[in-house]
Design a protein around this ligand. Structure first.
Ligand code: NAP
Length: 290
């Protein structure tokens, strides 16, 4: 692999992947992309000149480092392990990075299936929302061995501002689930505080300004609070995906004998919004439950 500019493959150009892949292209990496809905890949190719591939396997054949950013556990298993998947292009020297949120068990399963063929794997989920993806300011939480992490670092630097090597494979996902637990409870707090402000007849703009600068300020308050105030429920991060993440967190907690009652409550609220047809809305739509 060339040290300076490895060839990058990118699979999954959704709300997150599109901005991330665009930043990889902008940083000058040779880029090959695949998206299940081809029109999104064609749009990125038109904009950046990146190459298009017909399958995840073809992406891997053209790349030194392959990044995946698809939705859930079955989707990750499909792009890696099923027909036309990345594993069919396995060769020593190839490094694969999954950046979606799928939990540590899935990361370890994919890593083991690739290791049999000499392929390195890093789990590197992210935080920062689709806005962070567009701006290249994501937090990246990586799990994998030192050499594999080092192979990915240049391309991580094109997508993120804070990059932390958290330990072996699975520890990136574990760290991300910590992030999801804290973020979920934070959003619950933001929703409850803003409902209280609205119901009290307070000037919500003033409340947002004053509270954001104090001890209760947070990413959720500053980024989601203003959207809640103007009833903008367009997704940066979909309710459906946060339900997946809290399910993964609660499953992992249960296996360790932990209860996490607050996380359970938030999951219940999110499921209520989902049941009313709001699964594709942004997580800030959780305020509608209150
Ligand atoms: P999204 O907008 O729903 O995009 C999902 C992407 O995965 C799309 O490109 C989709 O292709 C592709 N995909 C899904 N299933 C697939 C399959 N079986 N085979 C091939 N491609 C498949 O989701 P997102 O918001 O970008 O999130 C992606 C991942 O990052 C999720 O795990 C999410 O939890 C995590 N995440 C999201 C955020 C956020 O703020 N949005 C932040 C951190 C982490 P199509 O275009 O064909 O549907």
């Amino acid at each position: 692999m060339a040290n300076e500019r490895p060839r990058i493959g990118f699979i999954g150009l959704g709300l997150m992947g599109m901005g991330m892949a665009r930043n990889v292209a902008k940083a000058g990496f040779p880029l090959t992309v695949f998206n299940r809905t081809r029109a999104r890949a064609e749009a990125l190719a038109g904009e950046t000149g990146c190459a298009l591939a017909d399958t995840p396997r073809a992406v891997a054949e053209a790349s030194d480092v392959v990044i995946t950013m698809v939705s859930d556990v079955p989707d990750v298993e499909q792009v890696y392990l099923q027909g036309g998947g990345i594993r069919e292009a396995a060769r020593p020297g190839l490094t694969c990075v999954d950046m979606g949120t799928v939990g540590a068990d899935a990361a370890r399963r994919v890593a083991a299936a690739l290791a049999e063929k000499g392929v390195a794997f890093v789990d590197a989920p992210v935080s920062g929302g689709s806005w962070g993806a567009e701006q290249g300011t994501l937090s990246i939480m990586a799990g994998g061995d030192e050499a594999a992490f080092a192979a990915c670092l240049p391309v991580f630097e094109a997508m993120g501002k804070k990059i932390v090597h958290c330990g072996p494979v699975g520890m990136g996902q574990t760290t991300k689930l910590v992030n999801q637990i804290v973020g979920a409870l934070n959003l619950e707090a933001v929703c409850e505080g803003l409902r209280f402000a609205q119901q009290s007849g307070a000037n919500v703009e003033a409340v947002l300004d004053a509270v954001g600068a104090g001890a209760a300020g947070s990413w959720s308050w500053s980024n989601l609070g203003p959207r809640i105030a103007r009833e903008d429920f367009a997704p940066g991060f979909k309710i459906d995906h946060q339900i997946k993440d809290l399910r993964l967190a609660l499953e992992a907690a249960e296996s360790m004998g932990l209860k996490l009652p607050g996380t359970r409550l938030v999951l219940e609220h999110l499921r209520t919004v989902q049941a009313a047809g709001g699964g594709e809305q942004g997580t800030q739509a959780m305020i509608t439950v209150l």
